[in-house]
Design a protein around this ligand. Structure first.
Ligand code: KIV
Ligand code: ZN
Length: 529
């Protein structure tokens, strides 16, 4: 008990939320039971256009959800196929702590299919709003109540718990909604769920609705919010404040259309503002990544908690602040949710961030060379490119070990290349050799070859290429590349190969820079002899 308290205290110490929350927020209603998380990633989440999970993938996600500590896992819609039933059964057979649930329409054959999988609980639903009654079901209010009651009784007779949803509850007349919920509770439903099927309610509306339901329904009230108007998490929290104790949600907020309430956002808000711990918060990051990877459904960079920018900082002011005290620009420590902070080196980075990154990587950079490094980073980070650690190392290496000390003998003033399919590549270079301007055009087997030939000819002195290597530093198409060029000067007997390196975003320009760097080193070496 004591260690639980100190664990809670150490987690609360990671928070930096607004002090006004505690002043303004109501206390959660008492006596309605613990707040529980009902995960529907594998059911509503999988219904998102673009997601189709194999049985094996569903089983892996279910294991991760169970490990996260959710109370319910809605594993699928049993009646939809044999493979769906087999998968749900596998998830049940794995023996999770979480209660495994199957969705079922208010139809007996759906209940049979769900029972066949061995789930201990069925989530059954029927549309109740005027829209659903008239256009989808073509049923009267009375027929819907009768069907709902029949399926709940039938499911209970088959030995399973039942959670009952009025689909489109938030657009259903209140008196009728209460009539349906009362009838299914009398028929044996263990919990009732209030879906905001099309994401159309606002938190105040949700608060009112759940409050009215809570006056007459004494079984646990669950809520299922869609995010069409960006309010799914706020509506879920409002529902909890008004007496709901089960939140249906999905990892990364995936689901029909714009998705469901994000499970991780609900869990963090409940902890931060109501001190209610529903799941193992520290596992959120890994589970969100697992779901992203397995579903192939990309999480928006700016998505709270699980987006890659949620704890990323690039601008100098923010990095400086975060390094002094992370709360300056973070609502809570990323460790709370098992995520890493990411200091991005890019065109907005200040010297402070770059210095911090260098220190973290154990790279020594003399203070007087920092301006050169900053200029190289700004140049390399064109087009909002981020400089990763390998690229930063390459830039530093280039500055420290490849550049010529003193004034370079050869300065490139301009270069133009023309290349394409079916034409001979041509390069024209304008350069100064010890102050003398030269301009040469050459052809080659490609733009790099043409440019190197033009440079060699313009510089004179019989330079030939000994070796040439080009590498994409992080293996992506927008990566910086590193060119290594070795040249030999036929006129300087016994001096051997001279190496030049350059790092940049453009393959041709970087190769040229490496060639010029090699030639300058050769000049420097020869002139200093
Ligand atoms: O959004 C919805 O109404 C649903 C029901 C099946 C609960 O997903
Ligand atoms: Zn839904």
């Amino acid at each position: 008990m004591e260690s639980q308290t100190s664990d809670n205290a150490s987690k609360r110490a990671m928070l930096a939320v607004s002090p006004y929350n505690q002043v303004a927020l109501p206390k959660l209603p008492e006596g309605r039971g613990p707040i529980q998380i009902f995960d529907t990633t594998l059911r509503d989440g999988e219904q998102a256009p673009g997601i189709a999970l194999s049985a094996e993938e569903k089983v892996r996600i279910a294991a991760a959800l169970n490990d996260l500590g959710v109370d319910y896992i809605e594993a699928g819609f049993a009646v939809s196929s044999d493979i769906e039933r087999k998968t749900i059964r596998e998830i049940v057979d794995a023996g999770p702590h979480a209660t495994v649930v199957s969705l079922a329409r208010s139809v007996r054959k759906d209940i049979d299919a769900a029972v066949e999988t061995g789930v201990p609980c069925i989530h059954t639903f029927i549309g109740t709003s005027p829209l659903h009654r008239e256009y989808k079901l073509k049923m009267t209010k009375e027929e819907i109540v009768e069907r709902a009651v029949d399926t709940v009784e039938y499911a209970r007779s088959r030995g399973v718990d039942v959670q009952f949803s009025c689909e489109d509850a938030t657009r259903t007349e209140l008196d009728y909604l209460l009539e349906v919920y009362k009838a299914v509770v009398d028929a044996g439903a263990c919990a009732i769920n209030v879906p905001d099927t099309v994401g159309v309610i606002v938190p105040q509306g949700m608060s009112y609705l759940i409050g009215e339901i809570a006056k007459v329904i004494k079984v646990p009230i669950s809520v299922h919010c869609h995010n069409d108007m960006g309010l799914a998490v706020a509506n879920s929290i409002a529902a909890v404040e008004a007496g709901a104790t089960i939140c249906q949600a999905t990892i990364n907020g995936i689901g029909e259309r714009t998705g469901n309430a994000s499970l991780e956002e609900i869990a963090v808000n409940l902890f931060a503002n109501y001190n209610v711990e529903t799941i193992d918060l520290s596992k959120i990051g890994p589970v969100c990544r697992t779901v992203e990877r397995i579903t192939g459904f990309p999480v928006a960079y700016n998505k709270p908690i699980s987006g890659r920018n949620a704890f990323a900082h690039e601008s100098g002011i923010h990095v400086h602040g975060v390094m002094a005290n992370s709360a300056t620009y973070e609502p809570f420590l990323p460790e709370l949710v098992g995520v890493d902070r990411h200091i991005v080196i890019g065109k907005h980075s200040g010297e402070h961030s770059v210095r911090g990154r260098l220190d973290a990587l154990g790279i020594k950079m003399p203070e007087e060379r920092m301006p050169e490094l900053m200029a190289a980073i700004k140049e390399a980070a064109i087009g909002d490119k981020e400089i990763d650690d390998a690229e930063l190392r390459a830039i530093v290496d280039h500055i420290l070990y490849s550049s010529v000390i003193g004034d370079p003998a050869v300065i490139l003033d301009g270069v133009a290349v023309m290349t394409g399919k079916g034409i001979t590549s041509t390069a024209t270079v304008n350069l100064r050799v010890k102050g003398e301007s030269r301009s040469v055009a050459e052809v080659g087997v490609g733009p790099v070859d043409a440019a190197m030939r033009a440079i060699a000819e313009a510089v004179g002195g019989g330079y030939t290429l000994g070796e040439y290597k080009l590498a994409a530093i992080n293996g992506l198409s927008d990566s910086l590349c590193e060119a290594t060029v070795m040249v030999r000067n036929a006129e300087r007997e016994g001096t051997g190969l001279v190496v030049g390196k350059a790092v940049g975003t453009d393959v041709v320009q970087t190769s040229i820079d490496a060639m010029i760097s090699a030639i300058n080193r050769d000049f420097a070496r020869y002139d200093n002899q």
